[in-house]
Write a protein that binds this ligand. Sequence first.
Ligand SMILES: [Mg+2]
Length: 157
Amino acid sequence: MNIRSMGRPAQILLVEDSPQDVQLIENALTGTVVRSTLYVARDGVEALDFLYREGGYANAPRPDLILLDLNLPRKDGREVLAVIKADEELKRIPLIVFTVSNSEEDIIKAYDLHANCYITKPVDPDSFIAHVRSIQDFWSSWVELPPNRRRNGRRKP
Ligand SMILES: [Mg+2]
């Protein structure tokens, strides 16, 4: 079932270290047809703590969607992507790479690691906002999501 027909807000985990981009994305997600609840992780360590409900995120919801920047402090977005897509449950959460990088190497690597799509951030703010709204609309209104199965803790090695 898609989020729109569930009649609830889309829960989005935004992994982004740029305050300007966080602000633009917050603005873009205000007043959309399907509402969003945005959770922001400022680096890769915070993102994984949120997803594994560790380090102060014990009550974090399972996001419907992950928007992931690649260049991040502490733990790089590429590493975060690899961890998520190697996890039996987290790998089902649709993950959109949203980054300034348009390098072929990054694009190939992201798809090799099973990113669900890769979008380069537009430089123009209006276009940036339009991109974010399209992403949200597409994934909330048209995409069938996997059932939400909660599980706590990291998989034992
Ligand atoms: Mg960044």
